[in-house]
Write a protein that binds this ligand. Sequence first.
Ligand code: B12
Ligand code: SF4
Length: 459
Amino acid sequence: MSSDLKIALIKPTIGTKLHSLYVDEGRMEPLPLGVLAGLLTSYAEISLYDDRMEKIQYDKPFDIAMITVETYTAKRAYEIAEEFRKRNVTVIMGGMHARLIPEEVLEYCDCVLLGDAENIIEKVIEDFKNNNLQRVYEGGVAVPPQKGVFPRRDLFKGKGYLPISLIQFSRGCVHNCNYCAVSRYFDRHHYTRSVDEVIKEIEFQNRKFLFFVDDNFVANKEKAKELLRALIPLKVYWVSQGSIDMLYDDELMELIVKSGGMGFVMGFESINEASLDYMGKRVNKLNGFHKFEWEIERLRYWGLQTWAAFTIGHDTDTVESIKATCDFSIQNKFTFAAFNILMPYPNTPLYNQLKEENRLLYGGKWWLDDSYRFNNAAFIPKNMTPDELTEAGFYCRNEFNKPSSLLYRMFEPHTNLASFHRFITYWIYNPLFRKEVYKKQGMLFGLKRYLERNNSAER
Ligand code: B12
Ligand code: SF4
C-alpha cells in the first residue's frame, strides 16, 4: 500500500486567545485531508495532523508536508510551513485560499496546487520524485468530484471529532453572491458525484449520522432526488447546506424528509430586501419577498431544524436592521443561527469593490495582520463604524445564544419539539455553539506569538 515517500497532511488551526490556547471542542473531521489521503494512499505513507488540537511532529522524516489553506487559517498555515521548510521538508499548499490568492500563498511554500486535487495530484507526486516539482499546478475542477476515491476515515480515529461523518455529494453552486468565495472557486458551476459511489461510501463507513458538506446540496434538484431515493433504504439521519428555493419543490422536500433529512444550513442572509438585492442573492426572493414568512412556514411543515445564516454589514444595513435580524431569528425560533460579519475574501467581487472604494482595513490583508481579531469588521461599512459593526455582530450572537433565548426557541412544536432526536440535537449543539461564541470572539490569528510567549517552538 505505501511507498518510501512520507507525506504529512496538515489542517491548520485558526489561532489563539491572548493568554490561552483555543481548542475547538465542536471540531469535525477534516474531510479535505481525508480525500487527499485517499488520493495519495497508493503513492505514500500518510500521517495526518490536525493543528486544532494536536502537536505536529515536525521532526519526523517527512518528504512532503501538504497544508490545506483557508483564508482564516492562512497565517497559521504559513507558520507551519516555515517550521517544515527549516527542516528541508517540501511544502505544498492547496485549498480555498490558494485558489483565491496564489501569488501570496506561493511566497510561503515550494509549490501551490490550484483547485481540486483529483486531476493533478499524481503528476505532482511524479514530478517530486523526478526532482522536477513545479511552482504552480492547475488542478481545475474534478468532474465528477472524488471519482473512485473514498476518504481515509481511518486517519480520523482517536482524534476526538464529533460523531458525525462528513461526506460530499456535490461541489460548487450556481448562484453568484458578491461576497462568496465558493462562487469564485467554482465559477458558478455545480458538480455532482455518482450516486452509486456516494451510497457505497456511506455503506463503507459505520455511522448513521451524516453531514453532506455540499456548498448547495439542492443546486441540481433532479440529481439530488436521485440520491435521496437511493438514501431511503439506508435509514440514516443527515444534515446539509442548501438554498431556500428547495422549498418550492414539494417532491424534493418529501424525499428529503423520507431519506432522513433533519435540517439545513440556509443562507437567509438578510431580512432587508435591499440587502438581498445588494449582495445579488436573487435565489432568496424567487417568489417575491415577504420576510420569509411563507418559507419559514414550509420549513415547519416539513419539520426541518434550520441553521439560519445571516451576513451583516452590507451597504444597505444599519445597526438597527442588524439587531432586527437577531430579533427575527429568536421570534421565529430557529434551531441555530449564525450572524457572520461580511468578510472581504481576496479577489471576490466584494473585495475588489471595497478595494476600489478604499474601504479595506488592515492594509487589505486582514488575514495576515497581527492586530486583526476573529469576528471583527475588516472594512469600513457605509452606515456605521467598523467597531459598531463588530459590536452588532457580537450583540446578535450573544442575544441569540443566551439562556432565555434557548428556552424560548425550544418551544417550537414542529421542529425542536417534534421528536426526541430533534430535542436532543437542540440541547447538545446549542450549549456547544454558545460556548464557542465566547471562546472564538476576539481570537488572534496564528499561534506563533502565543508559542513564543510560552517559550516553545511547538504547541
Ligand atoms: C464543511 C465546512 C465547514 C465545517 C468544517 C468541518 C471541519 N472539518 O472542520 C464547519 C461547518 C464547522 C465550518 C466552519 C467554518 N467555515 Co467552513 N466550510 C465547509 C465547506 C462547506 C466544505 C469543506 C469541505 O469539507 N470540502 C470537501 C473537500 C473534499 O473539498 P475541498 O476543501 O475543496 O478540497 C479539495 C481541493 O480544494 C483541494 N485541496 C484542499 N486542500 C488542499 C491542500 C493541498 C496540499 C492540496 C494539494 C489540495 C488541496 O483538494 C481537495 C480535493 O479536490 C466549505 C466550502 C468549500 N467549498 O470549501 C466551507 C468554507 C471552507 N468555510 C468557510 C468559513 C468562513 C468557515 C468559518 C470560518 C465560518 C465562521 N465564521 O465560523 C468556520 C471555521 C473554519 C475553520 N477553519 O475552523 C469558508 C472559507 C472561506 C475562505 N475564503 O477561506 C468556506 C469556503 C465557505 C464559503 N462559502 O465561503 N466549515
Ligand atoms: S447561494 Fe451560497 S454558496 Fe451559492 S453563491 Fe450564494 S453564498 Fe455562495
